[in-house]
Design a protein around this ligand. Structure first.
Ligand SMILES: C[S@@+](CC[C@H](N)C(=O)[O-])C[C@H]1O[C@@H](n2cnc3c(N)ncnc32)[C@H](O)[C@@H]1O
Length: 227
């Protein structure tokens, strides 16, 4: 038996936001705190009825599937750069039967470069993301069982770990240019030590943003009103 092997991978499923989801070594084991991102997204959807939901870095698909368990959204995309992760997400969706378009892509790139993804213009779009945000190789601050999780799901970059979010922010002007959404909001999870850094970067874009806390009172989520 492997030392510290996560029991979730052993039994092949986890409970997240009142449902069971399949997991394997190709996906992050969903964290309890991410339920708070889902709760905020559901609250947001109830208040503003988005036409399109895009989940970036979907992993096992827990975020869109949990949101859709509470509220219908006309068009839903789940994006991941890992084809193996997408297989898990699609399998989880087979059990739930929601209409979701799964895309193997680098962040928003496919929406910017391809016309195949039909997003209408002038609609209300919500993007959700729980991207990797740990600094590459920062094992010191991680529990031992994380060594079995995919590195691509954990590590966000060499310098700060926040690099993938920076790349996502940098793609947004081209996304706005292409789809002219009536409204565009991003709800995302980040590291509990990244607020100052995130503030500095987001201020440069001129977007309205705030941070909110998980159920332990730790501020680890961004709410960005881009438009
Ligand atoms: C922290 S995991 C989150 C998984 C799931 N959303 C959750 O909350 O449990 C991050 C996910 O982002 C994906 N990812 C990493 N780099 C990406 C990129 N450039 N574009 C799209 N997805 C990416 C990883 O494959 C992984 O599934």
């Amino acid at each position: 038996m492997k030392t510290n092997y996560p029991e979730e991978y052993d039994r092949g499923w986890v409970e997240f936001y009142y449902q069971h989801f399949q997991v394997n070594e190709h996906v992050l084991i969903p964290r309890f705190e991410t339920e708070d991102l889902v709760r905020e997204a559901i609250k947001f959807c109830r208040a503003t009825s988005p036409d399109v939901l895009i989940d970036i870095g979907t992993g096992s698909g827990i975020i869109p599937l949990s949101i859709l368990s509470a509220i219908d959204i006309p068009k839903v995309f789940a994006v991941d750069v890992s084809s193996e992760a997408l297989k898990v997400a699609e399998e989880n969706n087979r059990n739930q039967g929601k209409v979701i378009t799964f895309l193997e892509a680098d962040l928003l790139e496919t929406f910017i470069k391809n016309d195949a993804q039909k997003i209408p213009e002038n609609v209300n779009i919500l993007i959700v993301a729980n991207l990797p945000y740990i600094k590459n190789g920062d094992w010191e601050n991680m529990s031992r069982d994380t060594e079995y999780e995919p590195k691509i799901a954990l590590f966000g970059g060499e310098e700060t770990g926040f690099e993938l979010y920076e790349k996502l922010f940098a793609q947004i002007p081209a996304f706005l240019e292409k789809y002219h959404p009536e409204k565009l909001t991003l709800l995302a999870e980040m590291g509990d030590d990244q607020e100052t850094f995130a503030t500095k970067i987001l201020a440069e874009y001129g977007w309205k943003f705030s941070f909110f806390a998980d159920c332990f009172g730790i501020r680890r989520f961004m709410k960005i009103r881009i438009k």
